[in-house]
Structures are given as C-alpha cells and as structure tokens.
Design a protein around this ligand. Structure first.
Ligand SMILES: [Zn+2]
Ligand SMILES: [Zn+2]
Length: 173
C-alpha cells in the first residue's frame, strides 16, 4: 500500500499549529482556539485571571497544538516561558520569578546580596544556554541557605519554568 497517497487522493494536507489561550497565571485554557473556539474563555476558571492568546510585547500568536492529518490531539501543550517571536518572557513566567524573589525576602536570615544573586541568575536558569549550569549553581546556593520551608516553596513556584539542566543542578537526585 502506498501510504503517502492512501486516502488523500495523493494530496497531502499540511500540518499546522493552532493558537493557544493561556491565563496570565499560566493555566492552559485552550490549546486549539481555532479548532475549538467554543472552549475559549475571557477569564480563567481556576484563578480568575484574564486570558491571553498573543504576546503582549510583539502581538504574535501563542503557539497551540500541532494538527496533523490523521493524528488525534490530546489538548496538551507545554506552556511556553518565552515568546518565540520576540524572546520576551510571558506574564506567568514573570509572575513566578517575582513570587519566588518575594518569598525569599520573607527569610530574615538571608542577605540582600543573596536575593540579588538569585534575581541576577534565575533568568539564565530558565533556558538551556552557556550559562545555565553556572546560573543554576548560584541559584541553588541561595536556596540551600534559606530555610527548608521557604526553599521548598521556591521550588514549587519555579520548578515548572526551569530548564532540565538547571533542575538537575539545583536538586541533584
Ligand atoms: Zn489561571
Ligand atoms: Zn513576543
């Protein structure tokens, strides 16, 4: 059987990416806005935040799920941390980093320079780049210095946005 032409009369339909709708806190609302517009929502049912489907910096569409002819979708996508068209962090990424810094500030034992060290390095720990391991090592040192309670809280906030390398560097299992 010739699979390339089977069922399509020799015409291949092109794969295409749908547009995603995500709340500003990072909850996925709809991974296929164009295919299933009835699932679009103005506000997030989980947290009440406004939803967005384009980058607020450059206006480009947030990439949704890939539609492939003959392949079923499960409505799951990885929530992107940065806009693929301008490189700016999405609001949920920013919100998580800010919340992590504020939580560290709750630790009165921590020095201002520790907080600054965390803030200055956390961005490089989000992506795979030449400085990931260095940045993650510095971030990990600050997390180690803080109490277990705050350290665990920081982990819960940032673990989803960290790169794989950073996760392994900060919390080697
Ligand atoms: Zn939400
Ligand atoms: Zn953008």
């Amino acid at each position: 059987m010739d699979w390339t032409s089977y069922g399509y009369g020799g015409q291949q339909k092109q794969d295409w990416y749908d547009q995603a709708q995500i709340c500003k806190n990072g909850h996925l609302i709809n991974s296929a806005m164009k295919e299933y517009p009835e699932s679009n929502k103005k506000f997030c049912p989980k947290c009440g935040k406004e939803t967005i489907c384009t980058c607020e910096n450059c206006g480009s569409a947030i990439q949704g799920e890939l539609h492939m002819e003959g392949v079923a979708n499960f409505g799951e996508i990885t929530i992107p941390s940065f806009c693929k068209d301008c490189g700016k962090e999405f609001p949920w990424t920013k919100a998580k980093l800010e919340a992590a810094v504020e939580l560290l500030m709750e630790d009165e034992e921590l020095l201002a320079e520790d907080i600054a060290n965390f803030e200055n390095n956390i961005h490089d720990a989000l992506t795979e780049n030449p400085r990931t391991t260095l940045a993650a090592t510095r971030v990990g040192k600050v997390i180690k210095k803080t109490s277990k309670f705050i350290g665990d809280g920081v982990r819960d906030i940032i673990v989803d946005v960290l790169s794989e390398t950073a996760k392994k560097t900060i919390w080697p299992s």
